[in-house]
Design a protein. Structure first.
Length: 277
């Protein structure tokens, strides 16, 4: 009676820094820092005429402070982008492993072509990271299929490919962690900046109307204060979109390398084994 053997499910290895899962607390910490900056640095009395925060600002810090309550919100978004960019950079560096990804792929393909899977596993152990984890899972599946009874060659090749895909899917959440937050801030930064600008312009025109409409200095000062929010909103979105695109590009390169190695291992098995009777 023929029996089927299922390749062992890959288990994820924790190797080094994998990212911050509780990103909410990162945002909370950034909010606290932004509020402190707004109140104690930007709101310092020395930044205003007569040492009075209610007066006209005498420098850029005071002008930013006059942007209103939206300023710490935008600063929170900007600090979050910076913090999560550092977090993703560290996590993806760990995922790529200790050596060059291109060199690792080339060495693995060379070892697999020679049928030296012991050397291939040693290369994975040396490289570490998400890439090595996935390749190790494919190598284990290859070895298991060599002794698996009751399966045709096509089924064994499919099992190897399945093990590779399962290992890849196991690593993907770690690679993509917190990227949706960066993607959201791309839009949210600009919109929040525009909201602050609109609020500032409304206040400026209200003050102008209350003053009889003749104070052009008050109007120009109010507009400059309002546009500070737009500037910071655009800066936040600019940083966020660069960070998001940079990290997604790195993930695409990694997944392409994984697919290349997985295909090589599966095709090597198919080429080196004959159909069982």
């Amino acid at each position: 009676m023929a029996t089927t053997q299922k390749a062992a499910s890959p288990q994820k290895k924790n190797q080094g820094f994998q990212g911050i899962r509780a990103a909410f607390w990162v945002i909370v910490v950034c909010l606290i820092i932004a509020i402190c900056i707004y109140n104690f640095l930007l709101g310092n009395p020395s930044n205003f005429a007569g040492n009075d925060p209610a007066g006209h600002p005498t420098n850029l810090l005071g002008t930013i402070y006059k942007g209103g309550i939206v300023v710490p919100v935008i600063h929170t978004l900007l600090l979050t982008v910076i913090a999560l960019s550092i977090e993703r950079w560290l996590a993806l560096n760990t995922a790529f492993g200790k050596g060059s990804l291109a060199k690792f792929v080339a060495n693995i393909k060379a070892a697999v072509a020679k049928g030296d899977f012991t050397a291939a596993q040693q290369i994975c152990d040396k490289q570490r990271g998400s890439v090595a984890n996935v390749v190790s899972a494919s190598i284990r599946a290859y070895k298991e299929m060599e002794t698996a009874p009751g399966l045709k060659k096509a089924q064994k090749v499919a099992k190897i490919q399945q093990a590779h895909e399962e290992a890849t899917q196991l690593e993907m959440p770690t690679l993509q962690m917190n990227l949706p937050i960066l993607a959201t801030i791309v839009t949210l930064g600009t919109l929040t900046g525009l909201l602050g600008t609109v609020i500032g312009m409304i206040r400026s025109f209200q003050a102008l109307a209350a003053g009889g409409g003749g104070d052009s200095l008050a109007l120009s000062t109010g507009i400059s204060e309002a546009l500070i929010n737009t500037a910071f909103g655009i800066l936040t979105s600019w940083c966020s979109v660069i960070a998001y695109n940079t990290f997604t590009n790195k993930i695409d390169k990694l997944t392409y390398a994984l697919d290349e190695v997985g295909y090589t291992i599966a095709q090597t098995y198919e080429a080196n084994h004959t159909e069982e009777a």
